[in-house]
Design a protein around this ligand. Structure first.
Ligand code: NAD
Length: 472
C-alpha cells in the first residue's frame, strides 16, 4: 500500500477535530473491505518488516537516546522480536483466518456450526515507554493480521523512539489504514474519547482503569496489558548458578524497567546467603566491577522515576550496589535483603534495578506471601522438583511465567502473553494476537432437506418427550 504522510498531530490546534477526522477516515476505509483479503494482510506485514529494516539504524539510535539501550539488547527485545512475530504471523495467518468447523448437537440437526474470524474494525493502540517500539508495533502486527485499521500512539516518555515510529509508520502505510499519533496525556485522552471498536492498552494498572472506563463508555472491546509485582521463588533444589544468572539477567535488562522483570525474590532460608553470593558474582560477571562503565546497563527513563526509585532504597538493607548518579540517571544493580512485606519497596511495582529479597521456610509460605498481593503479571520458580512446579502452577494465579528461567515466556509465540486481574485483561502474541483483534463469529448452517416439526408449535406431550430426550 503506498505511503501517504500521516498527520503530524502533536501541537495541532484542533486536536480533537483532527483525530476525529482521522478515525472517521479509517472507519470508511475499513468499511470498504480493503483490509479483509489475506493477500492484503500479508502484503502489509511484509511492508512493516521492510520498514523495520529500512529504519533500523534510526530506531536503534532512538532507543539508545531514550533509555541508553545497548544495541544487542535493543535488537533482541524490540526489533528482532518484531521480525520474529511478523515471520510467525506470515507463516500462519492463512490457517488462522480459515473458518473452523464446530460440532453441532443433534437437537439442531441437520446443521453444522462454523467459527469465522471477523476483523474488529478501528483499533487504538496505546503503548508504554519501556519497550517503546515493541509495545507499539507488536499489537499492530495482530491488528493487521486480523484485517483491521489502527491508530498507534507511542509513549511520550520515549520521545526519540516515538518520533522514529511516526516516521516509519507514515512511510509504510496510508494514514486511513495505519496512522501514528504522537503526543502526551492530553493526546491519549483525546484519542480515548473517540469511538473505537477496540482499545489495546499497555501501561500501568492505574491508567488501565481510566482506559477501561473509556472503553466501557462506548462498549468498545478492551485489552489491558498492565504490570504488577512479579516474584521469583528459589527452592533449595534449584541449580543456584543458573538461577542467579537468569534472575540477574531478567532483573537488570533495560535497568529493571521491564513489566515482567522479577520484582522481588523469595529465597528458601537454607540457601539464602549462598544464592545472594551467586547473584553478586553474576552481576559482576555481566556488568563488571563498576557497572556504571558497562555499555550494557541502561539508564532510568526520566528524573521523576529516578527520584521515585531512590526513595525505595533502604540503606540499612542494601547488600549489594546502591550507587547512583542523578546527572546520568544511573542506578547500579542493587540487592536489598531482610525485606518484609510492610517495607515501602513492597508496596508497588518497582520498575527499576533494585531487587528486594525475602526468605521463606517452606513452599507453602512462599505461596502464601505471593497470595498476599494482587495476581502478578509473571512468576518465576527455580526448582528441580516437579511437585514444587505442580503446586505453584496449580495454586498461584499469575499472567504467565517460567520454571527455571525469567522473561523468555514472552518470546514463545505459541503462548498467550497477558495478565490476570489487576495485571491485565486479555492476551496477545502469535495466534493470540490474531484472536485478540478478531471477533469470533459463530454461524450455524442448516440443510433444507429435513425440517423436523418438533420445534414448532403447537406443542404437545410427545414433542416435549422428544425434546427431553435430546436435551436431557
Ligand atoms: P502509563 O500507564 O503511565 O502510560 C501508558 C500510556 O498511557 C501512555 O501512552 C500515556 O500517554 C497514556 N496515559 C498516561 N496517563 C494517562 C491518563 N491519565 N489518561 C489517558 N492516558 C494516559 O504507563 P508507563 O509508565 O508508560 O508504563 C509503565 C507501566 O506499564 C508499568 O506498570 C509496566 O508494568 C506496564 N507495562 C506492561 C507491559 C505488559 O506487556 N503487560 C509492558 C510494558 C509495561
Amino acid at each position: 500500500m503506498p505511503g501517504s504522510p500521516a498527520p503530524h498531530l502533536r501541537g495541532a490546534t484542533n486536536l480533537d477535530a483532527r483525530i476525529r477526522d482521522l478515525v472517521a477516515r479509517q472507519r470508511t476505509y475499513f468499511e470498504s473491505g480493503a483490509t479483509f483479503p489475506l493477500h492484503f494482510r500479508e502484503q502489509q506485514l511484509a511492508t512493516l518488516s521492510q520498514a523495520l529494516r529500512k529504519h533500523e539504524r534510526q530506531l536503534l539510535d532512538a532507543l539508545h537516546d531514550d533509555l541508553r539501550k545497548n544495541e544487542t539488547e535493543a535488537y533482541t527485545t524490540e526489533i528482532g522480536f518484531l521480525h520474529a512475530e511478523i515471520r510467525h504471523t506470515l507463516r500462519h495467518v492463512a490457517k488462522w483466518m480459515r473458518p473452523h468447523n464446530a460440532f453441532s448437537p443433534l437437537v439442531i440437526a441437520p446443521s453444522r456450526g462454523a467459527l469465522h474470524y471477523q476483523p474488529l474494525g478501528t483499533n487504538l493502540i496505546l503503548a508504554a515507554w519501556n519497550y517503546p517500539l515493541q509495545l507499539s508495533l507488536a499489537p499492530l502486527i495482530g491488528a493487521i493480521a486480523a484485517g483491521n485499521v489502527a491508530v498507534v500512539k507511542p509513549s511520550e516518555l520515549a520521545p526519540a523512539t516515538s518520533s522514529a515510529i511516526a516516521e516509519l509508520v507514515s512511510n509504510a502505510f496510508a494514514e486511513e489504514y495505519v496512522a501514528c499519533v504522537e503526543g502526551d496525556v492530553v493526546t491519549s485522552q483525546t484519542l480515548l474519547a473517540q469511538a473505537w471498536d477496540h482499545i489495546f492498552f499497555t501501561g500501568s494498572t492505574q491508567v488501565g482503569r481510566i482506559v477501561a472506563r473509556a472503553a466501557a463508555d462506548q462498549l468498545a472491546r478492551c485489552t489491558l496489558e498492565l504490570g504488577g509485582k512479579s516474584p521469583a521463588i528459589v527452592m533449595p533444589s534449584a541449580d543456584l548458578d543458573v538461577a542467579a544468572r537468569r534472575i540477574v539477567w531478567g532483573k537488570f535488562t533495560n535497568a529493571g524497567q521491564t513489566c515482567v522483570a522479577p520484582d522481588y525474590m523469595l529465597i528458601h532460608e537454607s540457601i539464602h546467603d549462598t544464592m545472594i553470593e551467586r547473584m553478586v558474582a553474576a552481576i559482576r560477571r555481566m556488568y563488571g566491577s563498576d557497572p556504571r562503565q558497562s555499555p550494557d546497563l541502561g539508564r532510568i527513563v526520566n528524573d521523576r522515576h529516578f527520584s521515585r526509585l531512590l526513595s525505595l532504597i533502604d540503606r540499612d538493607k542494601v547488600v549489594f550496589g546502591g550507587d547512583h548518579d542523578a546527572s546520568d540517571r544511573y542506578i547500579s544493580p542493587t540487592l536489598l535483603a531482610g525485606v518484609d512485606m510492610t517495607d515501602k519497596i513492597m508496596a508497588d511495582e518497582i520498575f527499576g534495578p533494585i531487587l528486594p529479597i525475602m526468605r521463606f521456610s517452606s513452599l507453602k509460605d512462599a505461596i502464601s506471601i505471593v497470595g498476599q498481593r494482587p495476581h502478578p503479571l509473571a512468576l518465576y520458580l527455580f526448582t528441580r522438583d516437579s511437585d514444587d512446579e505442580a503446586s505453584v502452577i496449580e495454586r498461584v494465579s499469575f499472567g504467565g511465567g517460567c520454571i527455571n528461567n525469567t522473561l523468555v515466556h514472552l518470546g514463545d509465540p505459541n503462548l498467550p502473553f497477558g495478565g490476570v486481574g489487576p495485571s491485565g485483561l486479555g492476551a496477545y502474541h502469535g495466534k493470540f494476537s490474531f484472536e485478540t483483534f478478531s471477533h469470533r463469529k459463530g454461524v450455524v448452517k442448516t440443510a433444507n432437506f429435513l425440517d423436523p416439526d418438533v420445534k414448532y408449535p403447537p406443542y404437545n406431550a410427545s414433542k416435549l418427550g422428544v425434546v427431553r430426550k435430546l436435551l436431557g
